[in-house]
Design a protein around this ligand. Structure first.
Ligand code: ADP
Ligand code: ZN
Length: 752
C-alpha cells in the first residue's frame, strides 16, 4: 500500500464538527470512500464512514490511532449520500455525523451486523441440514443394497422373496423423495431473495384530460429548463395522476423515482393506487416501519445499484431521502406545504421539501412540488423565477369545490341552538347527508375527551407536573386517565381537585368527546375516529381508512389527519368544529397554516361531480381566514398573506434561524439566554435593523422538566446569508465552550 493512503478521515455518528483522522494497518490492501470502519473515539467504539483517503494529517502522526477494523459486512455508502449529508449539515447548521446517524440509525448498524452474523448462521444451519439430508440418502441406499442382495439370495416364488422385493420398492420410493427434497433445498439456496423488477412498465393506463395534458406539457417544459416545478392544482384536479404519468415515463427511461409524502397515514391509500400502475412493486419507506422492513427497503433500493437494474419507485416520508438513492430521474414532493415535512428533533432539523431540492441537484433529477395550497416559500420561488409555476384549476370530475358555510357558535349558543358541540344547523345538515347515503367527516384539532380540566371551587387547572401545559382527560374502560400530550405523563383520573377537593369539570371537547356526541346524535350512523390515539396501532389506522372508503363508516371524526390527501368518493359534507383553535397560535404562520388545513379539508369532499359542503363552526366568524376561504380565491389570499410577510420582514422575504435553550434550572436559563442573545446581536452589527429577537418564552415554556427560551434571528436573503448563518453557529459553539453550557442549545433553521 502506498504511504499516502495510510491516513483516512471518518464521519462518526456524533455531533462532531470535524472528521477525525485514523491510520490504516500496514496490511490493508485497499480502502475507499464510503466504506465503513470501526474506530475508537473518546474511549468508545463507533461505526464510521470513510470520508477521505490518503489525507495529510493535521496532528502529530504518533497521536493518530489506527482503525479497529474494516466492516466488510456493511454496505458501502454512496458518494451521493455523503454529498447530501454535507449539504444538509451545512444548511441546517448541524454536522454530517448527525445526518449520518439519522440516515443509518444505530439500530440499523447493529442490525446490519446482526444480519451478517445471522446470514452466516443461516448458511451454517443450511449446510448442516443439507449434509443431514445427504447422509439420510446414503443410509437409505445402503439399506437398499442389502435388501437387494437378500432378494438375490432368496429363492424365486417364495413369500420371503416377495416381501424383500416389496421392501426394496418402498426404499427406492423413499430415496427418490429424499433426493427431490435435497434438490429443492439446494436450489432455494441458489435463488436467494428476489428484488423488485419493473420490466415491461410503460406509460400506459392513464389518459390525461386536456387541462392535465396542458399542465403535463408545461411541467416537462419546466424540467427542460432545468428548473423545479410547482404544480398548484386545486384538490381533485388530478395532480396524482400527473405524478404517476411522470413517474412511469422516468422508469421507462430507466431512471428511478422518489415520491415523497408528508405523513405515513397518507401513503396508505396512495400505495394501493401506485401499486396498480407499478405492478405492485412500489417500495414504501417511513420511519414508523419496523427496522426489518426499513432495511429491506434500503436493500431493495441498493440492489438496483449493485446489479445495474433500472427503475425503482420509492414512496415514503422524509426519511426516505436518505436511502441509498442512485440515478434519480424524478422526485415528487406531494403536499409540499405540509409542515410535517419538517423534522423538529433531533438534528438534523431538516425540511423534507427543501432537502429534496438538494437531492435533486445532486442527482440532476427533475423535481415537482405539488399542492392545492402551496407554501408562501414556493410561491415566492416561482415569483422570482427560480421555480416554474404550473396551475391546474379544474377538478377532474367536473364540479365546483365545496361551498363554505360559517356558523357562529356564540350566536347559536345565545339562541339555544347548540346541542353540546353541534349546532342545530349542523345536525340537520348531517342528517340530510346521511339520509342520502352519503358520508360525513368532522375535524377537531384536539384529541382526548377534554383538553382541559378545571376545579369548580378554586378554579385551578390541572397541569402536567413536568410541563407547563394542561392535562387532557381521556376516557377508557377503566374510568379514564389524564395525560400530557407533550411529555407522555399519565395518571389515573379522579374528579376531585387535588388542592381543595372541589369537583373537576371538563372544559372543551376533543375528538373522543365529539365522537361520543356524534354517536348519540346520530344513533343510526356508524361513527369512527382517526387521531394519533386511535392510530397507535397501524393496522387499525389503515382499517379505518379502508372502511371509510368502502362506506362502512358514515361519520369519521378526527384531527388534522383527516384533512390530508385522502380521496373518498362518497364524502359530501365536511365540518370543522371549534375551528378557532387553529387560529389561536401566536405565530406569523398561523393564518397560512389555518388556511391550508381548512382548504385541504374542504378538498376532501364532493370529489365525484357532486357539490360538497364545508361547514365551519366558530366563535370568531369575522376572522379574515374564513372570509379568504369563503371567497374561494386561494391565489388572492396568498397574495395578501405575502404582502403582510414582506411588510413585517418575515419569510419568505427573510430566513429565520431559531436558537433554543433548555435548562432544568430556570434562573440559570434566564441568565444564559440573555447573554447569548447579546452575543448574537454582536455579529449582525452591520445590518440595518437588529435582527435578534428575544430571548422570549415560547407558548409552552416548559416541557419534560426543561424550561425553554427562544432567540429568533431574521436574516436577509442576500449573498451574505451563508456567512451569517455560519457566524451564528460559531458564536453558539464558542458560547457553549466558554460557558460550559454544552447540551442546552439547539439551532433550528427555517422553523415552521
Ligand atoms: P389531486 O391529487 O389533485 O387531489 P387526484 O389525482 O386524486 O387529484 O384526482 C381526483 C380524482 O380524479 C381521482 O379519483 C382520480 O382517480 C381521478 N382522475 C384524475 N385524473 C384522472 C385521469 N386522467 N383519468 C382517470 N381518472 C382521473
Ligand atoms: Zn408533560
Amino acid at each position: 500500500m502506498m504511504e499516502t493512503q495510510k491516513f483516512i478521515s471518518v464521519i462518526l455518528p456524533l455531533k462532531l464538527e470535524w472528521e477525525p483522522c485514523y491510520s490504516l494497518p500496514e496490511d490493508t490492501y485497499e480502502i475507499c470512500v464510503g466504506q465503513r470502519v470501526k474506530v475508537r473515539f473518546a474511549f468508545k467504539e463507533y461505526i464510521g464512514v470513510v470520508s477521505a483517503v490518503g489525507i495529510t494529517p493535521e496532528i502529530a502522526v504518533e497521536r493518530i490511532q489506527s482503525i479497529v477494523s474494516i466492516e466488510e459486512g456493511l454496505e458501502k455508502i454512496l458518494p451521493e449520500e455523503i454529498e447530501l449529508w454535507r449539504k444538509v449539515a451545512e444548511y441546517y447548521l448541524c454536522t454530517s455525523g448527525e445526518v449520518y446517524k439519522a440516515a443509518y440509525p444505530s439500530g440499523k448498524v447493529n442490525l446490519e451486523e446482526a444480519r451478517a452474523a445471522a446470514i452466516s448462521r443461516t448458511m451454517l444451519r443450511r449446510e448442516r441440514l443439507l449434509e443431514g439430508m445427504r447422509e439420510k440418502i446414503r443410509r437409505l441406499e445402503e439399506r437398499l443394497e442389502k435388501k437387494e442382495a437378500m432378494t438375490a439370495r432368496t429363492r424365486e416364488g417364495t413369500k420371503a422373496r416377495l416381501m424383500h422385493t416389496e421392501g426394496s420398492e418402498k426404499l427406492r420410493k423413499e430415496i427418490n423423495m429424499a433426493k427431490e427434497a435435497l434438490a429443492a433445498a439446494e436450489s432455494s439456496r441458489e435463488t436467494g431473495t428476489q428484488t423488485a423488477s419493473y420490466q415491461g412498465i410503460s406509460e400506459s393506463g392513464i389518459v390525461l384530460n386536456n387541462a392535465q395534458k396542458e399542465a403535463y406539457d408545461r411541467i416537462c417544459e419546466g424540467f427542460g429548463n432545468g428548473k423545479p416545478v410547482l404544480l398548484h392544482g386545486v384538490t381533485g384536479s388530478g395532480k396524482t395522476e400527473i405524478y404517476i404519468k411522470l413517474a412511469q415515463k422516468t422508469i421507462a427511461e430507466g431512471r428511478n423515482v422518489l415520491y415523497l409524502v408528508p405523513e405515513i397515514a397518507l401513503s396508505r391509500q396512495l400505495e394501493e393506487r401506485l401499486n396498480v400502475h407499478f405492478g405492485g412493486k412500489v417500495i414504501t419507506y417511513h420511519s414508523g416501519e419496523s427496522a426489518a422492513r426499513r432495511r429491506a427497503a434500503a436493500e431493495d433500493v441498493r440492489s438496483h445499484t449493485d446489479e445495474g437494474r433500472s427503475g425503482y419507485i420509492v414512496l415514503g416520508t422524509r426519511s426516505s431521502l436518505f436511502l441509498p438513492h442512485h440515478d434519480l430521474g424524478l422526485i415528487v414532493v406531494d403536499e409540499e406545504h405540509d409542515s410535517s415535512y419538517k423534522q423538529d428533533s433531533p438534528a438534523p432539523r431538516y425540511n423534507g421539501r427543501d432537502t429534496a431540492l438538494m437531492l435533486s441537484t445532486i442527482h440532476g433529477s427533475n423535481i415537482i412540488l405539488g399542492s392545492a395550497t402551496p407554501s408562501l416559500e414556493e410561491l415566492y420561488n416561482c415569483s422570482i423565477g427560480k421555480h416554474t409555476l404550473v396551475r391546474l384549476e379544474e377538478r377532474y370530475h367536473a364540479g365546483e369545490s365545496a361551498g363554505v358555510m360559517i356558523i357562529d357558535t356564540k350566536a347559536e349558543r345565545r339562541k339555544k341552538g347548540m346541542e353540546g358541540n353541534f349546532s342545530r344547523k349542523l345536525i340537520s345538515l348531517i342528517r340530510e347527508t346521511l339520509s342520502k347515503g352519503e358520508q360525513v367527516m368532522i375535524l377537531r384539532s384536539r384529541r382526548a375527551w377534554a383538553p382541559v380540566l378545571q376545579c369548580d371551587e378554586c378554579g385551578k387547572i390541572v397541569r402536567c407536573p413536568h410541563c407547563n401545559v394542561s392535562l387532557s382527560y381521556h376516557k377508557d374502560e377503566k374510568g379514564g386517565f389524564i395525560a400530557c400530550h407533550y411529555c407522555g405523563f399519565r395518571s389515573s383520573y379522579s374528579d376531585s381537585c387535588t388542592s381543595c377537593g372541589g369537583h373537576l369539570k371538563n372544559l372543551g371537547a376533543g375528538t373522543q368527546r365529539i365522537e361520543e356526541e356524534a354517536s348519540r346524535l346520530f344513533p343510526e350512523a356508524v361513527v369512527a375516529r382517526l387521531d394519533s390515539d386511535a392510530t397507535q396501532n397501524k393496522t387499525y389506522e389503515s382499517k379505518i381508512i379502508r372502511a371509510f372508503s368502502k362506506g362502512e363508516i358514515d361519520i369519521l371524526v378526527g384531527t388534522q389527519m383527516v384533512t390530508k390527501g385522502f380521496d373518498f368518493s362518497n364524502l359530501t359534507l365536511v365540518a370543522a368544529i371549534a375551528a378557532d383553535t387553529l387560529l389561536g397560535l401566536q405565530d406569523f404562520r398561523a393564518d397560512e397554516k389555518a388556511l391550508q388545513v381548512l382548504e385541504q379539508f374542504r378538498g376532501r369532499c364532493g370529489r365525484r361531480g357532486r357539490r360538497g359542503l364545508f361547514i365551519i363552526q366558530t366563535s370568531q366568524p369575522d376572522h379574515p381566514v374564513y372570509s379568504r376561504l369563503s371567497s374561494g380565491n386561494i391565489g388572492m389570499a396568498c397574495t395578501e398573506l405575502m404582502s403582510e410577510r414582506q411588510e413585517f420582514g418575515y419569510p419568505p422575504y427573510t430566513r429565520i434561524v431559531e436558537v433554543i435553550l433548555k435548562d432544568t434550572d430556570e434562573k440559570r436559563l434566564t441568565v444564559m439566554s440573555s447573554r447569548l442573545a447579546d452575543e448574537l446581536s454582536g455579529i449582525t452589527d452591520r445590518m440595518k435593523d437588529n435582527p435578534v429577537e428575544g430571548p422570549y418564552m415560547p407558548v409552552t415554556d416548559k416541557i419534560a422538566d426543561q424550561h425553554i427560551r427562544a432567540i429568533r434571528i431574521s436574516l436577509p436573503k442576500d449573498r451574505n446569508l451563508k456567512k451569517r448563518k455560519q457566524k451564528i453557529l460559531n458564536v453558539v459553539h464558542k458560547f457553549e465552550k466558554d460557558r460550559r453550557y454544552d447540551g442546552h442549545i439547539t439551532i433550528n433553521v427555517d422553523p415552521v
